[in-house]
Every structure is written in C-alpha cells, then in structure tokens.
Design a protein around this ligand. Structure first.
Ligand code: 4FV
Length: 254
C-alpha cells in the first residue's frame, strides 16, 4: 500500500513511518509513506501557503493553489488509483471498520490542515472523504494522519507477526478488548483470574469473550445498541450482568 501525505511538517510524517510496527511494514516493503510539502509549491516570493479568511475573524486559511499543485505532483508520483482524504473535525469518525476498509485500498493521499483549515473550494474539488479522529481540535492534521497510517499500516498483510495478530484486537468484532495479565516479579499471580492459569484454552477463550462483552456493556453500551448477539454471546453477557449485579448488591450491603 502507498500513502502520500500533504503536510507543512514532512519530517514529522517521515518520523511516524520509521517506528514500531509501521516502520517494520515499511522495511518489509508492505507500505510506502511519502510526504509532500505544499510550501514547496507556493509560487510567491514569501512562499505563502495561507491567508486571512474572507469575512474576517481570527486565524488564517490554507490557500488552494499550493495545495492543488502539491496534490497534482503527489498524484503524478504513482499510477496507483488513490482515495484523497482530508483529516478534519468535520469528517466522519475513524473506526476500526473504516481502518479495515482503507487498508484494503492500493493507495491513500492524505491532506493535513493547519491554521483554521483549507479553502472550502479545494475540499469540494479534490477531497474524496473527510475523516476525524475525535471531537476535539488539534493544531494540525498531522497527528490524525499518523493515527490513520498506524491503524491502516498494521493491517497490511504481513505487518503483524502471529503473536501480534489483529484478530484479537479491540473492535475487531466491535467489542472492547478483555483484560490482559503477564508475569510480574513483584505481583506474581496475585489478582490474576484463576482461569488464565488453568491451561484450559476453551475456558480461557470463554472467559475472554465474556469479559469483552461485559466490559463493552459497562463502558461502551453504545457499541451494543442495535447489535443482536448470538445465543452464546447473549448467555455469556447475561451471566456477566448477573454476577455484576450480585457483586454490586453485595457491595451495597456487605
Ligand atoms: C482533526 C481532528 C483536527 C482542525 C484545524 C487541524 C485540526 C487544524 N483532524 N481529526 N480532530 N484538525 O482537529 O482530524 O487545521
């Protein structure tokens, strides 16, 4: 997969593509990340990439011309068809399902805004999809682009080795992840659920599934809304809820 990123901070993008699982995916040739700086396509002596907003008000807006010229150069750098994405709070929320969808594409071109954002006419003409990483305001789209590069890069076939496989990921099937425990010099196995020490893999898988369902019910009930659980999951969740309510009652009157 190829990802081109338009950013006034190309070094930051390069850095993101050199670390961890993403860096390894690039080394393995599974992913290419190419930054492009719109300022390199500014034509005036001051290499301006922004100007004051029509209608007045605070802040600056990114000029359409350097962005269009930069995007044209990025497009021309590969024959692979590209989906052009703008990272902004006005975008659709990034989800694991969206990450899987993007990871299956041959190429993304991501545009990182700075200042108040981009001239709307550039967005209307050039952007295929707007994505948001959350309902808060960043000083630039680079961190959001880095999130997409990581979420999509690690889903490239061969990016994760077995131990790291994406199968067990949170949200892999729309549920939160179960708790994890490992060896600890100081804690030993204190507080570790006995089932995890039982070696009974069927029981361990059942416990992990029940924890995923239960924690999703407790922490993100919105993820269960409109979702029909199969009989097995419904029974697991009902058992978890009963235990939870029993503990809550016991806690109320010890
Ligand atoms: C953002 C977000 C975000 C808005 C103005 C960049 C900033 C500045 N991008 N998800 N939340 N972008 O806050 O994606 O140009």
């Amino acid at each position: 997969m190829r990802i081109d990123v338009l950013s006034l901070f190309p070094d930051f993008i390069r850095q993101c593509a050199q670390v961890g699982v993403v860096g390894r995916a690039v080394e393995r040739g599974l992913l290419t990340v190419e930054p492009w700086n719109p300022r390199d396509f500014a034509t005036d002596n001051y290499r301006r990439v922004d100007d004051r907003p029509f209608g007045g008000g605070p802040g600056m807006v990114m000029l359409p011309e350097p962005l269009s010229a930069c995007l044209a150069a990025a497009r021309a750098a590969s024959a692979l068809p590209a989906r052009v994405i703008y990272l902004s709070p006005q975008g659709k929320p990034l989800t694991q399902a969206k990450a899987r969808e993007l990871a299956a594409l041959p190429r993304l071109v991501m545009v990182c805004g700075r200042y108040e954002g981009l001239d709307e006419r550039f967005i209307e003409k050039e952007i295929d999809e707007e994505l948001s990483i959350g309902d808060y305001v960043l000083s630039g789209g680079e961190l959001a682009a880095a999130v997409v590069i990581d979420a999509v890069g690690r889903l490239q076939a061969g990016a994760l080795n077995d131990a790291e496989s994406a199968e067990q990921d949170s949200f892999e099937d729309g549920l939160l992840d179960c708790p994890h425990y490992t060896r600890s010099e100081s804690l030993g196995t204190e507080g570790v659920p006995a089932v995890l020490l039982s070696g009974d893999h069927a029981k361990i898988a059942r416990w992990r599934r029940q924890q995923s369902l239960g924690r999703t019910w407790l922490r993100r009930p919105d993820l269960l809304e409109g979702r029909v659980l199969d009989k097995k999951d419904a029974a697991l969740l009902a058992e978890f809820q009963a235990e939870w309510q029993a503990q809550a009652k016991k806690a109320e009157n010890p």
